[in-house]
Design a protein around this ligand. Sequence first.
Ligand code: TRP
Ligand code: ZN
Length: 885
Amino acid sequence: MRTETAKPVRLCDYAPTPYAIETVDLDVTLHPTATTVVAIIAFARRDGVEAGTPLALDGDGLTLKALAVDGGEIGEDAYEASADRLVLKVPPRGPFTLTITTEISPETNTALMGLYRSSGTYCTQCEAEGFRRITYFLDRPDVLAVYTTRITAPKADAPVLLANGNLIESGDLDDGRHFAVWHDPFPKPSYLFAMVAGDLGSVRDTFTTVSGREVDLRIYVEKGNEPRCAYAMDSLKRSMRWDEETFGREYDLDIFMIVAVSDFNMGAMENKGLNVFNDRYILADPETATDQDYANIEGVIAHEYFHNWSGNRVTCRDWFQLCLKEGLTVFRDQEFSSDQRSRAVKRISDVRVLKSHQFPEDAGPLAHPVRPDTYHEINNFYTATVYEKGAEVVRMLKTVVGDADFRKGMDLYFSRHDGEAVTIEDFLAAFAETSGLDLTQFALWYAQSGTPAITVGVSHDAAKHSFTMEIEQSCPPTPGQAEKKPMHIPLRFGLIGSDGAPLTFGDVSGAALRKDAATGDTVLHLTDARHTVVFEDVADRPVPSLLRGFSAPVRLVTNQTRDDMAFLSRNDTDPFNRWQAVQTLAMDALVAATATVRNGDEPTFEATLIDALGTIAADPALEPAFRALCLQMPTESDVARELGEDVDPDAIFQARTALKGAIATRLAETMAMLARDGEAGPYSPDAAAAGERALRNAALDYCLIADPHTLGARLMARVKTADNMTDRLSALTSLVLAGTDEADEALDAFYGRFEANPLVVDKWLSVQAMAPFPATLMKVRALTQHARFSFANPNRVRSLVGAFATGNATQFNRSDGAGFAFVADVVLKLDRRNPQVAARLLSAFRSWRSLEAVRRTKAEQELRRIAGTDSLSSDVRDIVERSLK
Ligand code: TRP
Ligand code: ZN
């Protein structure tokens, strides 16, 4: 069936199920290809529902083996069963149980949803709609039940048997089999169900909660990987403490378990008491993990742990409310990492991610509101908009209501809705109540898609001693939304005097203005399409620092000059805006240079940007990690996004290469100095040490441009002898992306050392996939045949094909269309095996309409070829049809 004709699910159609589920007793007898699941499900008719109303349960690819009502067999005409549905035509009036027996095949489950096997370990993934691949069920988040899970398996294959909650019974059976029974006292939706069985190693620790309860902590991994769990365990304990201290949230079960598996569709999953992780977010040691890997582990461990309250104890009424748990939990993990590391550096990194992933999504055919109101395939809504923009909306909410009322609102939300499945309206109501504010207009952030633009025209009247900001907001049309209403946009700002000192100002008219207690900044609350804000008694022309800390996820356009930006890069007290000032200068330069390249001329760069960069890079008073971020020029896709249309990725690449060359030449001395500093000392993954490495490696990259001969040898030596993966991979990346003579030897040396470690092989695959040369496509094609590559493993696919499609602008977007054709081939091949991963890969085409005509036509051809293919998954069908709309 072509799913384009299938009806979408709509938010406005929400209705509770006619029956509630009180308890679920699962009895799972594991077998690679014939696992038996006996589910005893206790139903109760909801108030107001007519007796005899049919009960329809969801299934997905199921075979019904037996069915009983209240323990008794029933006639074949009493129900209808198919692979995706089980209907009990006339259920009993009073509470009743269904005993449903299904048989499933984990070994051949390649979609990695439901019960599957990863390197021999049985594991489950049920979010969003995977539980229906295990048994027939009301598989939706507003049906909360208490689960008891009994697992039986041969002891030799699966000595470890895990499920949600507490272990209440276990023992040996005949024939070398054994069993375990787990009970989870907290009612939960089916998407939070999990079980795991296998021959796993483990690491244990304990955590004493604020009220003095001792919690047993365990991380399960493939045997041999136990020593690589230390950082994950440490991150978990710090997360647990932080959530108590910052949000007053205490853990609730006696045991918290994490299992790392190597085949996983996403990052990790917050199943109650039994998180399941992609092993790349657990395993780390200095030899194999980069500083970025350590930071990711810390962030993902925190994210999944924080879900215990924001998602599990208080869950979503329906999948339209996904941002209720994801946006909020991303906000919480960002705050955690800010407190553990550097707040400024974390904020800049988060905004970079937002701009590079969410802004393009919002500007293309896949744009959707933070809370969508319709979908065909929910798997395709685990997006940057729901996660990252969703987190920005929570951050703005905190700015709007203030820190104290934000915390009170969170407390009220958690206490009022504990054990419930709720909506964004319920969430906002808690903050409206604690702050006394009307959040009706603010709620538009959840409903309107697209990135708003704020245009600020500043002018100073020397005679009248007044300073004026003319502010306009607008939001471009997006799919299904031609017209937008003005939003409530918190614009944090400050004025800086010509002496570089913050300017205090007197009366202001034109918009609501509030002091922010935490930062001392002022926040303008924009609520109309236009505001004219006038500051009196301002004798000298000030330089405004606008949108400090990126106080709203908007595109800011101003009439400020390059000199103003250079001034801010030196004088702003807001570190985010110091970074932003450099980025703005660089973006201006790159846009101009791209036009020059397309005219067939050589771009040149004026000193303003490069000198500003040099000043920051050499300033020992600034954090090294911050200086390293400033040295990163806007990416090729950043420039493409800024251009918005008629994008020629080759011209952008050449412009960017020219800019990096100009920086390398003009700042050669500074870079050499930074590259020399502090080589010694044993590796530590802490943020300060990581910042020093980041700065040194950024400088080395520029040094390589300035002096490829000397630096080629020096970086080659680092690839071979560095005592940590951060320095080694950075050197390898510099050599490969710059196309140096040393690249092949460096790649071979790296592979030779790490070929047995799949997560390091991923890095080796990615670096090759991102090389900006015509030969890359052939290389990537060849690597799909490599012994260490497999289409069955999502990490390998993402590292090779995903990195090519999203991290190699010139080669994916080759003007002959061969890059598009290759990725389209992979999407089609993968779709038969793993639709979720295929659909995600396909979304690399999301900006195809902004390409120049030749490339645009080639991309469209490939999208049409996919769209014309029969028997696509609903996942790929949904993405391709929205992309072409
Ligand atoms: N809820 C998970 C998180 O944000 C992510 C998730 C959603 C997921 N669907 C999934 C993970 C499917 C793996 C597979 O942490
Ligand atoms: Zn999440």
